[in-house]
Design a protein around this ligand. Structure first.
Ligand code: ADP
Ligand code: MG
Length: 238
């Protein structure tokens, strides 16, 4: 079944058209990577799916439901950004539980979800710490945890590893892959990093200038790029 469906999406900032009648269908449980150079419209597309931008034309469906006019909180999505945006004065545990308390979840359920997320992300020993007492990689794990505890069907990631050093990026890549294999939910993951795309994706959508140039499995993109742009960006040099 289709998890997220983007239909004829056009997005303008004033007179600048950033996305041009874009179509994209993402399967339930798929790890889809949006890959492209800076400024090609990856974040804009993700923000449209999240409901953070008013779209100019087109429609967005999540789990078969037209959410084009739904508030972000009602879309069944969780989002992780490049910057961690944790509450500095709150412990890790409070950072994780805060949104759930506001949503009115019972205490027992909150505790259960935090325990599970902490286990999956291996941050059990960090729950009492404040963000300032964490490394960059640990902070990003907590940020992922905040999306995780919400128990959503669709995760949106906007370059979540790009502030980390190469070693941590490689580590968290492996963890994200494992996370997806455990949770089996839909993930839409924005990056400009070819290695991340090739290692994480079930399919990669290569973007340029607000247009999807190619949407295929990593190996197909690598071996059979449809044009010179895709070849130059990710394909094999031959
Ligand atoms: P990417 O995430 O691929 O780097 P973005 O989606 O952030 O690209 O941006 C796509 C284009 O839209 C760029 O030309 C950028 O300058 C422009 N843009 C992004 N956000 C805004 C905004 N709020 N107002 C005006 N232009 C924007
Ligand atoms: Mg971006």
């Amino acid at each position: 079944m289709t998890s997220v469906s983007v239909r004829d999406l056009t997005l303008k900032f004033g007179s600048l058209e950033v996305l041009h009648t874009l179509n994209l269908d993402i399967d339930e449980g798929e790890f889809l990577v949006l890959l492209g150079p800076s400024g090609c419209g990856k974040s804009t597309l993700l923000n449209c799916i999240a409901g953070l931008l008013d779209i100019s034309e087109g429609q967005i469906f999540i789990s078969g439901k037209n959410v084009t006019w739904e508030e972000p909180k009602d879309r069944g999505i969780g989002m992780v950004f490049q910057s961690y945006a944790l509450y500095p004065q709150m412990s890790v545990e409070k950072n994780l539980s805060f949104g759930l308390k506001i949503a009115g979840l019972p205490k027992g359920e909150i505790a259960k979800r935090i325990e599970r997320a902490a286990e999956v992300l291996q941050i059990q020993s960090l729950l009492k710490r404040k963000p300032a007492q964490l490394s960059g990689g640990q902070r990003q794990r907590v940020a992922i945890g905040r999306a995780l505890v919400r128990d959503v069907d669709v995760f949106l990631f906007d370059e979540p590893l790009s502030n980390l050093d190469a070693k941590l990026r490689a580590e968290l890549r492996v963890e994200l892959k494992r996370l997806h294999q455990n949770l089996k939910n839909t993930m839409i993951y924005v990056t400009h990093d070819q290695i991340e795309a090739l290692t994480l994706a079930d399919r990669i959508a290569v973007m340029k200038g607000g247009i999807i140039q190619q949407l295929d499995a990593p190996l197909t993109i690598y071996n059979k790029p449809v044009n010179l742009f895709v070849a130059g960006f990710i394909g094999s040099p031959s």
